[in-house]
Write a protein that binds this ligand. Sequence first.
Ligand code: UGA
Length: 432
Amino acid sequence: MIGGGYVGLVSGACFAEFGTEVTVVETDANKLAALREGRMPIYEPGLEDLVQSNVKAGRLSFTGDLASAVAGTQAVFIAVGTPTRRGDGHADLSYVYAAAEQVARALTGYAVIVTKSTVPVGTGRRIEEIIRSTRPDLDFDVASNPEFLREGNAIGDFMRPDRVVIGAETDRAREVMRLLYRPLYLIEAPIVFTAIETAELTKYAANAFLAMKVTFINEMADLCERVGADVHDVARGIGLDGRIGRKFLHPGPGYGGSCFPKDTLALLRTAQDYGAPSRLVEATVAVNDARKSSMAMRVINACGGSVRGKTIAVLGLTFKPETDDMRDSPALAIVSRLVGDGAAVRAFDPEGMEQARPLLPDAVVYCTDALDAASGADALVLITEWNEFRALPPARLGEAMRGRVLVDLRNVYDPVAMRQYGFTYYDIGRST
Ligand code: UGA
């Protein structure tokens, strides 16, 4: 497994749990040292235990030496980063191609080289060319096996997936992949074999579709507020139609994270390049960007049109709960705008504060818990729906705060109850 980041580490530990001997190659010395000591560089529920138990069982190990890890293996997964390239929005594949070249040099016999990183259509073919030109003598196949893991639920998603998509074009490659995923045949998880380009595109299409679904319900939420409808009832009413499905219809401050923003952007660039632009994906990206920026205005309006001189408590900074990931989190736009407009922001997040610090304005005060953040605040904004915020006692919240404005951007509280406790309560699309 080349890359001990989020995807590589979760996939490596899960394959090891399936009974395969896995070596994870990590070139960042600090990360490698941490992994060797059983410390996880990321927060993911269950991962530390899974890694430690597989290391103990001798199925999982970590190294900085790619060549020795790759020699003699039957499958090499490339799980290095594919960040958005500065300037043009394309995925930056330099790490992927560099890994492919090093792998080619190190292989000693037949192997399948599999991309796990999210890579644009055509990357598998390019990797094939790179390996062939680096090692004309080598017997190998290339495959694409995109991941569909959600942060916070990654191990469950790997162990009990809705499906596994594998782009593999020879019997030999398909056989190696079947062996690796053997335990999933026992639980009858659908394993879909396709051409390499198809698997690559499937990953982007899945994320773009989900991003579009979230963006659609967010637009409906805005409309609900205008016409006096309830977005949760609309979501349920449409979601019970099996063709639509109930998941990913929860309104909020806009999608963020390391995947949807990057993948929608990369897909729309690819679509433009190939002369088949996707207006839907383009609109999704634009609508979501605008939504994230407009969320601060909701708070400002809730505070009577200005936050200058006011203290605002912010609960939740990460792009979603159960992660410490701040990438493209709506909190970035919201908090920056509030501070820019003269508010004093007191923030709390159970896992994300360390990651948030370099990304948010220096003036933000980081608090020890939700009640500490609420202390003396004129208004409270909930940005991320961590479970511990759901259970906050409203009376104590009210006592801690100076004002009573509550802006709930994830609809976690009961509007009626909150009003009974004296809050001026704002939510998303419930028209309550
Ligand atoms: C997403 C996909 O769900 C995974 O299948 C995929 O493997 C992963 O990207 C990836 O490409 O690696 P993730 O980014 O971890 O997973 O997060 P999601 O749970 O999908 O949430 C994405 C964003 O949508 C979050 O900001 C979340 O708050 C928002 N969201 C999601 C909503 O606002 N409403 C919903 O109903 C669902």
